[in-house]
Write a protein of this length. Structure first.
Length: 562
């Protein structure tokens, strides 16, 4: 080979040196770039890089294995209680609600476990704690505490009120039943369940009620044969106490189960007996009265009419043909009513102003204190001006008044009642009294005057409030505005299932009505100027929280024997 061929075989390309300008104009080939580390303190790069990596690993292990234990030196404690939702405090500071896991710093710690109406539990813990690997393997211990009831009456009263406010959380019932551990507490628990049943209107609530009853019968243990018999006996007791309990079951169960139950011999026998018993109360309707009413008593410028005693068919009684063929939440049932007096009209702004003048704690100026005490909401007497009814509104029904304000008015008026009617007191009417009075001697009709509302003040286009008290014609007992104008507070707590858990004995139903445990809502009756007349009948019932004040709600006063 010649020299020329040798040169071409072993030659390499020569990259000419580029100026700074040339380097910025184009992109240098990356394959020809290299990074060269310089020695540090005489150490070659391989040596000091190895050292840096070792330090990084040591630091990382320190923060993973040692630092957590040094920084938070202590241990975890898992706390479980029976029943749950107890408050846990560590050295007086809130730490959680059971079941929960809390951290205890090393040293002597005081753990307090408390729940309203239960005896508090105090744990004195000495915590040493581990340092190594606490992040990966935390030191944890546990404690399970069975809380003992210290105030059963308070617990059951609170639980009932809580269920009344939150019927969509029926676990309240089964949780409360855990407290029944002996004969005395079990009897109180059965009373609690009896009161709770009036607020049970759906199957998911019924399941919790039955679970609570089973726990009560078994003393929170296994449902033994004897405990099962106790449960059956209690069910029979409910049936014996409340003749209409089958109606309650039919409306509480899911539709498919209710249909199956309705075809059973037990239900058919009940419906037949119910139809036969109730039909006698529909015999002989009374003709409409001229509205003269009974005896008239005038007290503090207000007129009161006497209402006779009798047996009211309370509930949706407008269709006698449906008796025993269908079940309605407003199930007709008989109630015995004693004679009493009832205000001819609702209490007016003028009358309430006289009360406020003598009891300034109920003046609009004191509204903030009433709100803070849950006696009214922030709309209390909000339509008044400078502590007085607006000009021209003195004879309108007083509105924006709470149940508590109406009750206070009655208590104030009782002093004047004693001189005119010795042995009588002023109070709000019971629901049965209100309906009996509103009917004015009529049965099976929709309104106080018959099949039509007459001149009752119901919704009309352009209306902005109620009319003067006493606008409507008088009913058979001489009472006005028993339909429309403003809703009226009644004395009774609102229990949606109370008509279904009733008896066929009028006297028993009267006693049941007065035995209802106070709840957050109270019954209101009559409808208002803002309701369509076809939506309100003489048997229509509603409910409002006791502290609510609205432009649609007032009250009238009953005078009854002590």
């Amino acid at each position: 080979m010649g020299s020329e061929s040798l040169t071409s075989e072993y030659s390499v390309p020569i990259i000419p040196r580029m100026s700074k300008k040339d380097r910025t104009a184009g992109q240098a080939p990356t394959d020809d770039l290299a990074v060269h580390l310089r020695p540090i303190l005489g150490m070659r790069p391989g040596t000091y890089l190895t050292g840096l990596y070792a330090v990084a690993v040591v630091v990382l292990l320190f923060f993973i294995l040692l630092y957590p234990g040094l920084h938070r030196h202590g241990a975890f404690l898992a706390v479980t209680t029976f029943p749950g939702k107890a408050t846990v405090k560590v050295d007086g500071a809130y730490a959680g609600s059971t079941p929960c896991t809390i951290f205890l710093r090393s040293g002597s710690r005081t753990v307090e476990i408390s729940k309203p109406y239960y005896t508090p539990v105090t744990l004195n813990e000495t915590v040493t704690g581990r340092v190594f690997a606490t992040l990966l393997f935390p030191e944890t211990s546990s404690t399970k505490q069975e809380l003992r009831v210290s105030d059963l009456d308070g617990l059951l009263a609170w639980s009932l009120g809580d269920f009344q406010k939150n019927p969509e959380i029926p676990q309240i019932l089964s949780d409360a039943s855990r407290a029944a551990l002996d004969d005395a507490s079990s009897l109180k628990m059965y009373d609690f369940l009896d009161n709770s049943a009036r607020y049970v209107t759906a199957e998911f609530q019924l399941r919790e009620l039955l679970l609570a009853a089973a726990r009560t019968s078994s003393r929170n243990s296994f449902l033994s044969p004897s405990a099962l018999m106790d449960l059956v006996e209690d069910s029979v007791h409910i049936k014996q106490k409340y003749d209409n309990a089958p109606s309650w079951l039919l409306l509480t169960l899911a539709r498919d189960k209710a249909v199956k139950l309705a075809s059973s011999d037990w239900i058919q026998q009940y419906l037949s007996m119910y139809r036969e018993t109730m039909s006698k109360y529909y015999q002989g309707r009374f003709p409409p009265s001229a509205g003269g009413g009974g005896r008239l008593v005038v007290l503090q410028g207000a007129s009161y009419r006497s209402v006779p005693s009798g047996q009211l068919t309370m509930g949706k009684d407008d269709n006698v043909d449906s008796l025993g063929k269908s079940v309605d939440p407003l199930l007709p049932h008989p109630v015995a009513v004693d004679s009493f007096y009832l205000g001819e009209t609702e209490v007016t702004n003028r009358q309430f102003a006289a009360f406020v003048a003598q009891t300034p704690q109920w003046s609009p100026a004191n509204a903030a204190a009433l709100v803070s005490s849950a006696l009214a909401d922030d709309a209390y007497l909000s339509d008044w001006v400078n502590g007085r009814p607006p000009a021209g509104a003195e004879d309108l029904p007083v509105t924006f008044v709470s149940f508590h304000a109406a009750t206070a008015f009655c208590q104030w008026l009782t002093g004047a009642v004693q001189s005119s009617l010795p042995g009588y007191i002023a109070r709000l009417p019971h629901e049965s009294e209100w309906e009996w009075a509103a009917r004015g001697g009529l049965r099976g009709v929709l309104y106080p005057l018959g099949e039509k509302p007459g001149a009752a003040v119901f919704f009309q286009k352009g209306a902005v409030g109620p009319s003067r008290a006493g606008t409507s014609e008088p009913n058979g007992y001489g009472l006005r505005d028993m339909a429309g104008n403003v809703w009226e507070w009644c004395a009774d707590p609102y229990a949606p299932g109370s008509y279904l858990l009733s008896s066929l004995d009028p006297g028993l139903n009267a006693s049941y009505e007065r035995s209802y445990t106070a709840g957050p809502d109270r019954v209101v009756r009559g409808g208002s100027w803002n309701n369509q007349s076809e939506q309100i009948a003489v048997f229509t019932r509603g409910s409002q929280p006791a502290d609510w004040t609205t432009p649609y709600l007032g009250f009238r006063v009953a005078l009854a024997r002590k």
